[in-house]
Structure formats: C-alpha cells, structure tokens
Design a protein around this ligand. Structure first.
Ligand code: PEP
Length: 259
C-alpha cells in the first residue's frame, strides 16, 4: 500500500500572529491545489497563531492542515498555562506534535508524559487530532551505537496501552537530536535505517497492516537541497521541517520534492 507523504512545518516559537498570517498567505499563494492529491501538508505554528493561520487556508479553500506543537492530556480544569485536545479540535487542528526533543530536553517531558498525551489524542476517532510522535537519539547514544534500541524503547513507551484500532491516523517522526537545528542532516541511509526499524517496532506492536499504512517522517535539518534523497527512501514518508519551514519558498520546495 502506497503511503501518502506528509510534509509538516514546525514553526517552533516563531512568528507573532501578524507574521504568521503573512507566512501562511505566502505559502497559500505559492501552493498548487493539485499537490494535495499527492501529499498531505501541515504547518504547526504556536498556539496563538493556530486559528489565524487556519483562517487564511480556509479563506483560500486550501486543505493545508494546521497542527499544534504540544497539548495537555486532561480535557479541562485547573491546569494553568495548558491547552487541551477539545480546544485544538474546535479550531480545526488536524495534528499535534508530541514529544519533540526540545520539550523532552528543555521542559522535562518524560516518556510517561508523552504516552499520556498520545493516549488522549488517539482516544478520539471522530475529527482526530493526529499525534506526530517524535523520537530520536542524542549524539552520545548514536556514537555509543545503541540508537536502534533507544528509539525502539521510545516508540514502545509512547504507544504503551494504545490499541491497534486507535493508531490508524498516528504518525511517527524520527528526529535525531544531533540533526535538529544543527545543519547536520542524517544521511539518507542513516535516516532510512532508523525509520525501517521504527516500522518493525510498529509491526511488533500493532501488526503488519498498521505498520504498512503508518507514516514515518524524518526530521532534522531537512531542506530544499537534501529533501529529495531523504524522501526517496522506502520507509521515509515525509518530513517534519523546522528552520526550512519558516520561509515559504523553502517550505514549498520541500513540498514539491514530496510529489
Ligand atoms: C524540528 O524541530 O522538528 C526540526 C526538524 O528542526 P530543523 O529542521 O530546524 O532541524
């Protein structure tokens, strides 16, 4: 079964509402509608930009999805500073990044936290806010040679207690920490090796049918120059793009490479 690639931009903590609207409009202006027959596209701006960015795409009748960069697992309550899944759903979020390495490293997110977020996201099948679950090893783990076991454990921890019937829409992104924002991209062979291993883990967890249909993305300094070879790998079904998603031109070029 051919998997439809997904190109998702992670804007991180960049772009005020006015800046976000300009960037979304530039993306919309340069976008060819029929690309969406071949590739799914999403941008993940900061929370405050989600609705304005979605409005730009809706106004242009363009099915570019918006996604959040994080979420809390409880539906409502006394959790100052947090954002819930129903809030994301109501503004039409199609995706939510979970367990990005910056959240793990800078904000102390644990595998258990990530698992609670994943379970909360996949529990709702109608109008799903699909998790994009990020996994990936540090340079120390890579150099030490245990990166496949490390990523395997992260995937198992993220999906612990999740039923096969819930994961049809879930996405996994392999993002080696040493390649994020560093300009040092994994080679296509390195990225393929880990993405194939992730698919093998998904096979063990959920069976071959789910593993064949689940999208596994690569993220880490993907840009216009290196996207083509990375996206040509058999187990890489798209990209999670940080820096290169902040300019319409480079983001659109990567989308084109996925066609
Ligand atoms: C990311 O933060 O998800 C990412 C892949 O960043 P960059 O493309 O800038 O390395």
């Amino acid at each position: 079964m051919a998997r439809k690639p997904l190109i998702a931009g992670n804007w991180k903590m960049n772009n005020t509402v006015s800046e976000a609207v300009v960037l979304a409009q530039e993306i919309s202006n340069g976008f060819e509608r029929d690309w969406l027959d071949h590739v799914d596209v999403a941008v993940c701006p900061p929370y405050v930009d989600l609705k304005p960015v979605r409005t730009v795409f809706e106004f242009d009748k363009l099915r570019i999805a918006v996604g959040a960069q994080n979420v809390f697992w409880e539906p409502s309550g006394a959790y100052t500073g947090e954002i819930s899944i129903p809030m994301l759903r109501e503004i039409g979020c199609g995706y939510c990044i979970v367990g990005h390495s910056e959240r793990r490293e800078l904000f102390g997110e644990t595998n258990e936290d990530i698992n609670r977020k994943v379970r909360a996201l996949v529990a709702e099948q109608l109008n799903p806010v699909r998790p994009i679950v990020c996994v990936g090893e540090s340079l120390a783990v890579r150099d030490e040679g245990s990166y496949l076991a490390y990523v395997d454990a992260q995937v198992r921890a993220a999906f612990a207690g999740v039923d096969v019937s819930e994961v049809a829409e879930a996405v996994i992104a392999y993002e080696p920490i040493w390649a994020i924002g560093t300009g040092r991209t994994a080679t296509p062979e390195q990225a393929q090796e880990v993405c194939a291993a992730i698919r093998a883990t998904v096979t063990e967890l959920f069976g071959a049918e789910r593993a064949v249909s689940m999208r596994v993305l690569y993220g880490g300094s993907m840009n216009e120059g290196n996207a083509s070879l990375l996206l040509a790998q058999p187990d890489i079904d798209g990209g999670l793009i940080g820096g290169a998603s902040l300019q319409a031109k480079s983001f659109l070029s990567i989308v084109r490479e996925a066609l």
